[in-house]
Design a protein around this ligand. Structure first.
Ligand SMILES: Nc1ncnc2c1ncn2[C@@H]1O[C@H](COP(=O)(O)OP(=O)(O)O)[C@@H](O)[C@H]1O
Length: 327
């Protein structure tokens, strides 16, 4: 008698499910445009799109383990309007409806609204307050954690060297201004026109040597412990996952650290508002997410990324496409 065919082996469940979104840039304001005037920004709708994302995540199975918020969660104009605190509160309230940890990257718009000293005491300080999980500078919002066995998440602070969020009288500000002025001769330091290295603008920033040294140590540990590492930062660090302007000042230094180790599988970023993706020469996936703020109200821009033994599977919503990234 013929033997009954064996049922197919049940697919292994993902080791981790992560909610992803970038550049909510909420403000209780009428629609506007980007600097170039050609892309619409839906400031008020972005909070509703966030609510929809949270509602969808809450109903997903398997349930998400955490959310990665890739920075610029409220728009800089809140500062002028005196609404920075209330706008942040509204965004955090919506994210707080999920009973999972939210990892926040700090973007330029966080720093248009708040000083670093204020951010450290805000809900955006997802680095553990008492822990030794980050660089010695406690105001540098970089840290690591292990959301599942043999997996590590590293959050990087791309504005560690920046004129944003620091007192103009401080040595750190003066050093950042020196770096910026050396590469950017325009009167307006946000203007990339005519620059040989157009990413040297004030709305980008860089990594301090102290942060890079710490990052190197974390990746060394992960290599030694056979971990896979997901890195998140506000600003892209690979030119092919960018438009050439939205890049961290010393992105090459961050890439060198990553390439000196084998453990990093993926770098997630926002800032650009357009999506971008590349797999670099060392096999690392660089994924830059479409921003919520430039997403028409009838669409959305969020995703769920499932982490498997050998791949990342992104289920995108709205204008974020699905993607499978093997490693
Ligand atoms: N080409 C440019 N020339 C001069 N200023 C610019 C240029 N592009 C952006 N900016 C300014 O830089 C700041 C950040 O730009 P914005 O588009 O809000 O950044 P983000 O992509 O983070 O939303 C804003 O103050 C904006 O007016």
């Amino acid at each position: 008698a013929a033997t009954a065919p064996r049922p197919p082996a049940a697919a292994a469940p993902p080791r981790l499910a992560l909610g992803l979104l970038a550049d909510i840039q909420f403000a209780d304001a009428e629609d506007g445009h980007d600097f170039g005037g050609c892309r619409r920004r839906y400031y008020r709708h972005s909070l509703r799109l966030l609510r929809e994302a949270v509602r969808e995540w809450a109903g997903e199975s398997p349930p998400i383990d955490s959310v990665l918020q890739l920075g610029d969660c409220i728009d800089g104009q809140n500062a002028r309007r005196g609404e920075a605190e209330s706008a942040l509160q509204q965004v955090l309230e919506v994210l707080g409806q999920l009973s999972v940890p939210v990892h926040h990257a700090w973007g330029n718009h966080e720093l248009y609204n708040f000083s670093r000293a204020r951010l450290v005491r805000s809900g955006l300080y997802s680095r553990a307050a008492g822990g030794s999980d980050g660089p010695p500078d406690r105001e540098c919002h970089a840290y690591h954690c292990s959301p599942a066995p043999r997996l590590r998440l590293v959050v990087l602070d791309c504005y560690d060297t920046s004129t944003l969020g620091r007192d103009p009288g401080s040595p750190r500000y003066q050093e950042a201004l020196r770096v910026l002025r050396e590469k950017n001769h325009n009167d307006d330091l946000n203007n990339p026109e005519g620059l040989k290295e157009p990413h040297f603008v004030a709305f980008n920033g860089g990594f301090s040597q102290a942060q890079l040294d710490w990052f190197d140590e974390v990746l060394k540990f992960s290599d030694e412990n056979q971990e896979k590492v997901i890195v998140m930062a506000h600003v892209p660090i690979h030119p092919s996952a960018s438009n050439g302007v939205c890049l961290a000042w010393n992105y090459e230094a961050a890439l060198s650290v990553i390439h000196a180790h084998g453990c990093v599988v993926c770098v997630l970023a926002g800032h650009l508002h357009d999506g971008a993706y590349c797999q670099d020469s060392h096999g690392v996936h660089h994924l830059t997410l479409e921003g919520v703020i430039e997403t028409p109200p009838e669409s959305n821009a969020f995703g769920t990324m499932y982490v498997y033994e050998d791949k990342l599977v992104l289920k995108g919503r709205g204008r974020i496409p699905d993607r499978v990234m093997h490693f």
